[in-house]
Ligand binder design. Structure first.
Ligand code: SAM
Ligand code: SF4
Length: 502
């Protein structure tokens, strides 16, 4: 497509009527002044108030802005220990002790935007541009399957040549692939495809839904308007703050059940961004009765040709990063929290113990880099830098040593446990029960199909403990049919059947 064609395409993207319908008295849900005031009002919170807030989180209720701000402003180290302990407790109540694994698949890096922090931005001449063909998408899928993954998130720049029809083709290509597991020869395939892509109009979102996406993920990057304008030039699509602010409202209305929010930490004050994520959650709850399926909090890492990514005044220290994870865990108890391979192994390990629920492993972000390792080491076709390049087996082994069971569960959306239904189950701590059963079933598959001998030893111990816990649980004893089906499925998996879920 020529320059004139791209210009026309850009002009047709934003539909103002698909923003305006969500405004209240012409206002959106981010009020900078009110965020600054609440942070000021709660600048020295009473420990008794903090303890009440912890109890509220434990009852699995979204916090209000004052409560979140108060947690963010705690200074006392001992109180932080209580906060961290409660964060993990909340996670266990809602999601049990499992960590879900996924892999990102970067399909294309053409982009019409100029985000100051991103290697894909249009003006970055250092970037080698590439769009995977469907054959290449399938090849990448096979490489990811060989690691043991079952869940993918497809990532795209924003460009007419990789618009929604290309995305739909990619989704179909991924779902069409089947392979066999290396250790057992059992069949395997990707069971859930999520998408991280630019904001879209409802008609396009409906196409994604029809193609079978799981979660649609859009990060606001920064909720602070002035910073948003600084890092996203106004003559670009991404420069439209409100089009992005309501991307996930449109998605829910278009029928996408699970939506994922996030902020890129390091662009502006981290406390402000946490408040922005909370307001985003509250506005989704206000309009649709459900909050985000997951929240992401990537920290900016160096990107090719990006001065800002190496020189921000707002970089978040490890200490503050841990605080923001704990506060998010407590503020939105029902949301999954995703820590990505942008983080180094050591800090990732720490925040997994503060209530994160999902992470990626064996991650490659070069276009085509799962099939061709060279693409990963070529700095010129990557969006940013990753901190934890370990393969899936190594990470599963590590989380196993910490006592966490690794899950590839994709049962939720296939059993209709999405959107409003799953939010209800999460807040009543029922989903955690299914999480546990499905985590054990998919962990069993992983141990039989992919695990290294060292990982298997750790995994067998852990799974034995989990099975005992399930058998002794009063909840499952009161649900004999569920327990019987679980036992049966577990036996079938041991006998060679795959993809059984409850
Ligand atoms: N083009 C789509 C968009 O902008 O929404 C897809 C997103 S981009 C390929 C995925 C995410 O990577 C962005 O939303 C941003 O938060 C994150 N990202 C961009 N540059 C980054 C950097 N230097 N370090 C860490 N994360 C970065
Ligand atoms: Fe393009 Fe997204 Fe990168 Fe911005 S963050 S330059 S929109 S790929």
């Amino acid at each position: 497509m020529g320059v004139a064609g791209i210009k026309d395409w850009k002009q047709g993207i934003v539909k103002d009527e698909e923003i305006d319908k969500y405004l209240i008295n012409g206002k959106d849900y981010i009020d900078d002044q009110s965020i600054f005031s609440v942070l000021k009002r709660q600048s020295d919170p009473d420990p008794a108030f903090i303890r009440d807030i912890l109890q509220k989180s434990l009852s699995i209720t979204t916090l209000n802005p004052d409560e979140t701000a108060a947690l963010l402003q705690v200074k006392d180290a001992e109180l932080w220990q209580e906060i961290n302990k409660t964060a993990l407790e909340v996670k266990r109540k809602v999601y049990d002790n499992r960590i879900v694994f996924f892999a990102p698949l970067y399909c294309a890096n053409h982009c019409v935007n100029n985000c100051a922090y991103c290697g894909f931005r249009e003006a970055n001449n250092l970037e080698v541009r590439r769009i995977l063909t469907m054959e290449e998408v399938k090849q990448e899928t096979i490489s990811v399957l060989r690691e043991g993954h079952k869940r993918l998130i497809l990532v795209f720049g924003e460009h007419p040549s990789t618009d929604v029809d290309y995305m739909v083709d990619c989704i179909k290509a991924v779902y069409s692939v089947s392979d066999v597991a290396p250790k057992s020869g059992q069949p395997t395939n990707i069971r859930r495809v999520n998408i991280n892509a630019a904001p879209m109009e409802m008609a396009k979102l409906k196409k994604l839904k029809e193609a079978g996406i799981g979660t649609y993920q859009v990060f606001q990057e920064t909720y602070h308007r002035e910073t948003f304008a600084k890092v996203h030039p106004s003559n670009t699509l991404k420069g439209n703050y409100r089009w992005r602010l309501y991307a996930l409202h449109r998605a829910i209305e278009a029928g996408v059940d699970d939506v994922a929010i996030g902020a890129l930490f390091g662009l502006y004050d981290w406390k402000f961004e946490v408040m922005g994520l909370l307001h985003h959650t509250l506005d989704l709850e206000r309009h649709f009765g459900i909050g985000p399926h997951t929240i992401s909090f990537p920290r900016m890492t160096p990107a090719s040709g990006s001065w800002l990514s190496n020189n921000s005044d707002f970089n978040v220290s490890d200490e503050n990063f841990k605080k923001l994870v704990a506060v998010l865990r407590l503020s939105v108890p029902t949301a999954g929290l995703i820590v990505t391979a942008r983080e180094k192994a050591a800090i990732k390990q720490e925040v997994l113990q503060l209530g994160c629920t999902q992470t990626d492993a064996s991650t490659r972000i070069g276009i085509g880099a799962y099939s061709d390792q060279k693409m990963e080491f070529n700095q010129d076709n990557k969006q940013f830098t990753i901190g934890d390049p370990r393969d899936l087996d190594a990470v599963i082994q590590e989380v196993g040593k910490l006592g966490y069971i690794s899950s590839f569960c994709t049962a939720g959306y296939r059993c209709g446990r999405t959107g409003e239904t799953i939010m209800g189950m999460l807040s009543h701590c029922i989903e955690s029960k299914y999480c546990k059963l499905n985590a054990v079933l998919t962990y069993r598959e992983y141990l039989n199909d992919y695990a290294s001998p060292e990982t298997k030893i750790i995994g067998e111990e852990l799974i034995k403990k989990e099975l005992e816990e399930i058998e002794n649980s009063t909840y499952f004893q009161q649900k004999p049919h569920l327990l019987a089906r679980f036992r049966e499925d577990y036996g079938y998996i041991q006998g060679g059947k795959r993809d059984l879920y409850l």
